[in-house]
Design a protein around this ligand. Sequence first.
Ligand code: ADP
Ligand code: MG
Length: 212
Amino acid sequence: MNKFEQLGLKESLNRAIIDLGFENPTEVQEKAIPMLLEQDTDLVALAQTGTGKTAAFGFPLIHKIDADNRNTQALILSPTRELCLQITNEIKNYSKYEKGINVVAIYGGASITEQAREIKRGAQIIVATPGRMQDMINRGLVNITQIDYCVLDEADEMLNMGFYEDIVSILSDTPEEKSTWLFSATMPAEVARIAKKFMENPIEITVGTKNS
Ligand code: ADP
Ligand code: MG
């Protein structure tokens, strides 16, 4: 039996996981997924690259998103265009058996008009770089005032790239009651500052690297 089935994810996800060929959850998945399913909590997860973070937040998100509600319910912030596209692709794979979930990628260097059009068609999940996201908020092209979940992926990388102000401004546009899930390989002062400013008693998990 596939070990993922014991985590309590819905049937449509378990089917997608079989298609992905994942047999056992990675450490960060095993620690984060049951907790995120069980409660609407803030989370700080310290985990290196390659530890399976996308599914650690992606599976619970797909499990919890209401496909019948067209509002944007989740925002995933990620440092680069490449990572945004990668995460978007992954999330589409995860939700392939779940009808009506739309995922839209928002990043710089591409047509903002086209991205705004996609958002308008309904995007329950937005995967964005902070710069373009802030730009779209400023122009009134996107509404994140009703999101339930915000994921900060590779938080240390985003802050290294100078996105502190954008992240603070974007998060200030979201409801206070949402859950924030922060993933980072390291915990420099700026990441801790974001966590302190926007999170309430986050559950903290740390995982070793794949080889340790
Ligand atoms: P991270 O975001 O932590 O760098 P990713 O989410 O990109 O890691 O995952 C790294 C690789 O591991 C990807 O190719 C992904 O498909 C694969 N992967 C993730 N979880 C599992 C799993 N439970 N079993 C097998 N492969 C997995
Ligand atoms: Mg990743």
